[in-house]
Design a protein around this ligand. Structure first.
Ligand SMILES: Cc1ncc(COP(=O)(O)O)c(C=O)c1O
Length: 346
């Protein structure tokens, strides 16, 4: 059985968008000053200010774990706590780096769909001022969430309002912020600065870059010591211009939203086509609001499907799988995969 060139395992498994490769090639001539003191970086920073607001402070880093950890480090003390969803990448997929580098306890709350709600946060307040307890300081949410869902502006405002009313800050893991913005048909600013987000990890890698993420301080006062934190945290790229050039390509036109919109559309198509598979054997478990589809596929069919199209089982206990789409997923990929599913589950 020949293997297709793309799979649904992860948007990280995708290649690099040709326009990004072109942008890298275009800045490859000659020498420029290292560590970000160059024109390409200045232009990329300007674009972030255009998209997120004039006063934001922006720092480029290599990856999103680093962006999350260092962004959180900048706004916490080790006796404080970061509240997040149980499914949050910072809780389950960063090998304890947030705890190690910030010293903070993560308070992980169960959610049905990856989204935190204010009602769940209220009970945390009673520990304030009590020296026997870590002090909740940051609420960290993922947008889009790890479950492929998206917070609405109203939900974001409710959480930031709660945070600020209780002397806390709102951090967003935006590894897939572009997918969330595309899903909400909203600008990047309208779902971050305008709804009270304080610190953001803005993802590039999952949206067609080779690597490179940005820590964006929507409240610039919080960025005061960040240049030291980034260097000590080993995330100051020397050849910065190559990350900057990628962000410039992403943000100067519509590449960021074009790619994210496409990935989201492919995920919706995939979910719709899977639901048409006869016998109701494939059962979606989450609303498809970004570029991921979560569905239960009976266990006995999974190894055979994975032989041709690799994907991950997300929750073994209920045989739930995660299928991710990316900027380069095609309708043909989806129809071919669904055809394989039809044959296998028949
Ligand atoms: C929501 C989310 N945040 C953060 C990360 C971490 O990214 P990286 O692997 O670049 O450290 C990922 C990676 O899959 C992710 O899905």
């Amino acid at each position: 059985m020949s293997k297709p060139r793309r799979s649904f395992a992860s948007d990280n498994n995708a290649g690099v968008h040709p326009e990004i490769i072109e942008a890298i090639r275009n800045v490859n001539e000659g020498h420029v000053v290292a560590y970000g003191d160059d024109d390409v970086t200045a232009r990329a920073v300007k674009l972030f200010k255009k998209h997120f607001g004039k006063s934001v402070e922006v720092f480029f880093v290599f990856g999103c774990t680093g962006a999350n950890v260092l962004g959180l480090k900048a706004i916490t003390k080790p006796y404080q706590a970061v509240v997040c969803a149980e499914t949050a990448h910072i809780n389950v997929d960063e090998c304890g780096a947030p705890e190690k580098f910030t010293g903070c306890k993560l308070i992980a709350l169960q959610t049905p769909d990856g989204k935190l709600r204010v009602e769940q946060l209220e009970p945390l307040l009673h520990v304030f001022g009590n020296e026997h307890h870590v002090q909740p300081r940051v609420i960290s949410i993922s947008q889009a969430t790890e479950m492929g869902t998206v917070y609405t502006k109203k939900e974001l405002k409710a959480i930031s309002g709660f945070a600020h009313a209780n002397n806390m800050l709102l951090h967003v893991d935006g590894a897939r912020l572009a997918n969330a913005a595309a899903s909400l048909e909203a600008s990047l600013k309208s779902i971050t600065a305008d709804v009270g987000v304080d610190v953001l990890s803005f993802g590039g890698t999952k949206n067609g870059m080779i690597y490179g993420e940005a820590v964006v301080f929507l409240d610039p006062k919080l960025a005061q010591d960040f240049k030291f934190i980034r260097k000590q945290g080993m995330h100051l790229p020397s050849k910065m211009r190559f990350i900057s050039a990628q962000f410039e390509a992403l943000l100067s036109g519509d590449l960021w939203s074009r790619s994210a919109t496409h990935a989201n559309r492919m995920a919706r198509l995939l979910a719709t086509e899977l639901e048409k598979v006869p016998g109701a054997k494939i059962r979606p478990t989450q609303a498809v609001e970004a570029n991921g589809v979560f569905a239960v596929i009976p266990k006995k069919f999974i190894p055979q499907l994975q032989k041709k199209y690799f994907f991950y089982v997300w929750n073994e206990a209920i045989s739930e799988v995660r299928l991710m789409c990316s900027f380069d997923t095609t309708e043909e990929d989806i129809h071919d995969f669904v055809e394989v599913v039809r044959r296998v589950v028949k």
